[in-house]
Write a protein that binds this ligand. Structure first.
Ligand code: GDP
Ligand code: GDP
Length: 434
C-alpha cells in the first residue's frame, strides 16, 4: 500500500524545501533525463517501512498551461481530497496569516489527517513561535526547520502515524494494468471498449481506496486487473467531466500496477504531462506501453503522424524501450492488440535469470568494455545476481560503489537488457560493496 501525502501551505512558507529534505536521498541519485525530474513535484519515499508518495502542491503552479489562479486552487483542493494525509506548512517567522486560516478551514471541512508543521523554527530558541498556531484547531503544531533539519525526527514519526505499512498482496500470474493519460485522451472510451468486449466476463472488485473499483477479467488464458475504473465508468455513464488533470490519481494507479498504459492523444499531440507520467513510471520501475489513441483521426494524415512520431522519439527517448501501439477507442481498432504488448512487458517484468547466466554476461560485457578509471581508483566487479523480479533488479557487488559512473551504469543496464531479452522494460541495477 502506498499512501499519498500532500504538502500544502501558502507560497514561501517552505513547502518545496521540506519536500526536498524528505526526498533528498532519492534526488541525490544522478539523473540525466532533462525536464523529467528537475522540477519534480512528486516522489516516492519509504519512511520506517511505510511507503508513500509525497506531492508538493506548490509545484502545481507550473503544471498546466492555464495561468489562472483558479486552476491552481483547484489543483490544491484536488490534491487535498485525494491525499491520505496532509502536511500543512506554516511560517513561524511570518506568524499566523489569514491564508493559513483559510487553508485550515478547508482541511477541517475535508476531515483529513493533518500534520501541522510550523517551519522556519531553526532551533529550540524559536520554539515559542509555534504557540500562535494552536488556534488553527488542527492539533499540536510541530516546530521544524526544512532548511536545517531541526525537528525532522519528530516530523517523520508523526508522518507515519495511521498510515498502512507493507505492500498490497500479489495474486500470482495476475497482470495489474493502469490506463493513464491526460483528460480527454480517451481513457474512459478505451476502458469501456475493453470491458464491453463480449469475450470477456468482467467482475468488479473493490479497490484499495474508497470509491475505487477494479475490474477483473480473463482474456486468452490470462488474468488481468484493470485498476481503478470507477470514476471512469461512472463518468462515462453520466457524461460529465468531473476528472480534470489528476496527477495524484495517476500516481496512485501507477503505484499499484505492473504495466501502465500511457494513452496519448494523436489528435492533440504529446503533452508535458504525458512525458512526466512516463518519467514517474520509469522512476517507479513500472512496465510501460505507449498507446496512441484516436488513430482514426490521423492515420491518413501523414504530416500529423510524422509530427507525432518525431515528438515521441525526441521527448520520450528515455522510455524508448516501451512498445507502442496505435489504437482507436472509438472504432475499437487494435484495442485488444494492446494486450499483446501488455503481456510482452509483463513477461519480461517477471523474468528470472540464473546467477550463473548473470555472471557470464557481466564478465563478457566488462571484458569488452571495461569501466574508465576515475581518479586513482579502478572499479572491479566481484559478482552479480538477480535480487528480485517486477522489475528485474540486479545486485552487482563491486570493490567500490562510489566509482560507478552513471554513464557506465546506464551502459551496463542497456547491455543487460540486450543480453537477457528484456528490451521492453526498465531494469534496476544496484551496486554494493562486498
Ligand atoms: P514554498 O513556496 O512554500 O515552496 O517555499 P520554499 O521552499 O521555496 O521556501 C521559501 C523561502 O523560505 C526560501 O527562501 C527558503 O530558503 C526559506 N526557508 C525554507 N525553509 C526554511 C527554514 O526552515 N528556515 C529558514 N530560515 N528559511 C527557510
Ligand atoms: P478521458 O477524459 O481520457 O476519459 O477521455 P474520454 O474517453 O472521455 O474521451 C474524450 C473524447 O475523445 C470523447 O469525445 C471521445 O468520444 C473522444 N475519443 C475517445 N477515443 C477516441 C478515438 O479513438 N477516436 C476519436 N476520433 N475520438 C475518440
Amino acid at each position: 500500500m502506498v499512501s499519498i501525502v500532500a504538502i500544502v501551505g501558502r507560497p514561501n512558507v517552505g513547502k518545496s524545501t521540506l519536500f526536498n529534505r524528505l526526498t533528498r536521498s532519492r534526488n541525490a541519485l544522478v539523473d540525466d533525463r532533462p525536464g523529467v525530474t528537475r522540477d519534480r513535484i512528486c516522489a516516492s519515499i519509504t519512511c520506517e517501512g511505510v511507503n508513500m508518495t509525497l506531492v508538493d502542491t506548490g509545484g502545481f503552479e507550473d503544471l498546466g498551461q492555464d495561468p489562472l489562479l483558479k486552476e491552481v486552487r483547484g489543483q490544491v483542493e484536488r490534491g487535498i481530497t485525494e491525499a491520505d494525509k496532509v502536511i500543512f506548512v506554516v511560517d513561524a517567522r511570518a506568524g499566523l496569516m489569514p491564508g493559513d486560516e483559510a487553508m485550515a478551514d478547508l482541511l477541517r471541512k475535508r476531515h483529513k489527517k493533518v500534520l501541522l508543521a510550523v517551519n522556519k523554527v531553526d532551533g529550540p530558541e524559536h520554539e515559542y513561535r509555534i504557540h500562535d498556531f494552536h488556534t488553527l484547531g488542527l492539533g499540536a503544531p510541530l516546530g521544524v526547520s526544512a532548511s536545517h533539519g531541526y525537528g525532522f525526527n519528530d516530523l517523520k514519526d508523526e508522518l507515519i502515524q495511521n498510515l498502512p505499512r507493507g505492500r498490497e498482496p500479489e495474486v500470482p500470474n495476475q497482470i495489474r494494468v493502469a490506463v493513464i493519460g491526460r483528460p480527454n485522451a480517451g481513457k474512459s472510451s478505451l476502458i469501456n471498449r475493453i470491458l464491453r468486449d463480449e469475450r470477456l466476463v468482467v467482475s468488479e472488485l473493490p479497490g484499495t481506496t474508497r470509491d475505487a473499483v477494479d475490474a477483473l477479467f480473463h482474456y486468452r488464458g490470462r488474468e488481468y486487473l484493470l485498476i481503478d475504473t470507477a470514476g471512469i465508468r461512472r463518468k462515462a455513464r453520466v457524461k460529465e467531466k468531473i476528472e480534470k488533470i489528476s496527477m495524484i490519481k495517476a500516481l496512485r494507479s501507477l503505484d499499484r500496477c505492473h504495466v501502465a498504459v500511457i494513452l496519448l492523444d494523436a489528435e492533440r499531440g504529446l503533452s508535458d504531462q504525458d512525458v512526466r507520467i512516463c518519467g514517474y513510471a520509469l522512476d517507479k520501475g513500472r512496465g510501460l506501453v505507449v498507446a496512441v489513441n484516436k488513430w482514426d483521426l490521423v492515420k491518413t494524415d501523414s504530416r500529423k503522424k510524422e509530427q507525432l512520431y518525431h515528438a515521441v522519439d525526441r521527448r520520450m527517448k528515455f522510455v524508448s524501450y516501451a512498445p507502442k501501439v496505435n489504437v482507436s477507442a472509438l472504432t475499437g481498432e487494435r484495442v485488444m492488440a494492446l494486450f499483446k504488448a501488455i503481456d510482452t512487458v509483463f513477461d519480461q517484468f517477471c523474468t528470472r535469470i540464473s546467477t550463473g547466466e548473470v555472471n557470464r554476461a557481466l564478465k563478457e560485457i566488462v571484458e569488452k568494455h571495461p569501466p574508465q578509471r576515475i581518479g586513482r581508483g579502478r572499479l572491479k566487479f566481484l559478482y552479480a545476481t538477480q535480487a528480485r523480479t517486477r522489475p528485474p533488479t540486479f545486485v552487482l557487488v563491486v570493490n567500490r560503489p562510489d566509482l560507478v559512473h552513471f554513464a557506465y551504469k546506464r551502459f551496463l543496464a542497456n547491455q543487460f537488457r540486450e543480453h537477457f531479452g528484456l528490451k521492453n522494460i526498465p531494469i534496476q541495477l544496484k551496486f554494493k560493496e562486498r
